[in-house]
Design a protein around this ligand. Structure first.
Ligand code: MN
Length: 254
């Protein structure tokens, strides 16, 4: 089995090393093509206005001076000599739950893989707010990764779908199990923007510093993580709200 690894935290991120350890339990044919620098929050963006450069760090180990989507695209079209069987993106430093998905570079790399018709899976390690900076522990992902991935590597996945995995912020032995759950909902409308002044006296703003409010609806990824389970959520690229097609169509009926 040939596996392409990528992420949105950059080629030197500790989570990518964890992902490589997990992937090597399944195969020796591992390729890495990830962004050179951290690209968290860049979503599914594609670099269109500046050149993208490829850097080589070793055999089958590359980075791209661009976004996660750029990295997957270059990985598939320029780096690898044939398509991978699986694309794994992560392990992200932090949650990609509920509505985080459209902001997420980690999930978007998997979306790019799904668009290319390749089995694609995003992995993220949730961490407690007090664990910041380089201190984010990846133990739950490391210990549960193989168990969670194994069924996903051969189960039939419909076209234009992908799988989003989140590991809870718990020590591996305190993780209660694995749940397959739907996407929950955040309330981003009340998110705080932190304002400060830089050392030169200019004002700056910083996003994403506070926990986002949400309700723990039953059967969601948010609830599963809160209760200490690994959350596995199948996602689809069809964002159409099918139930509205009829009503909306009638508004334009001649
Ligand atoms: Mn990230």
């Amino acid at each position: 089995m040939r596996i392409l690894l990528t992420n949105d935290d950059g080629i030197h991120a500790p989570g990518l090393k964890v992902l490589e350890e997990i992937a090597r339990e399944f195969s020796d044919d591992i390729w890495i093509c990830s962004p050179n620098d951290e690209q968290s929050g860049t979503g599914h963006s594609l670099t269109l206005t500046q050149p993208v450069r490829l850097r080589r760090f070793g055999e089958r180990r590359f980075s791209v001076t661009g976004t996660p989507t750029d990295a997957v695209t270059i990985g598939l079209r320029k780096v690898m000599d044939g398509p991978p069987d699986v694309i794994l993106s992560g392990v992200n430093r932090g949650a990609n739950l509920g509505d985080d998905i459209t902001y997420s570079g980690t999930v978007s790399a998997a979306i790019e893989g799904a668009l290319a018709g390749i089995r694609s899976i995003a992995l993220s390690q949730v961490y407690a707010r007090e664990g910041m900076g380089d201190e984010v522990p990846f133990g739950a992902a490391r210990e549960w990764g193989v168990r969670v991935l194994a069924p996903l590597l051969d189960v039939p996945l419909p076209k234009r779908t992908l799988v989003n995995i989140n590991f809870p912020a718990r020590a591996p032995e305190e993780v209660k199990g694995i749940r397959v759950v739907r996407q929950g909902f955040h309330d981003y409308s009340r998110g705080t923007v932190v304002e400060g002044r830089d050392p030169r006296g200019y004002k700056y703003y910083w996003f994403g510093l506070q926990a986002i409010e949400h309700t723990l609806d039953h059967g969601t990824d948010l609830e599963a993580i809160d209760e200490g389970y690994v959350a596995v959520t199948p996602l689809q690229l069809d964002l159409t709200h099918h139930a509205s097609l009829g009503d909306l169509g009638e508004r334009y009926a001649e």
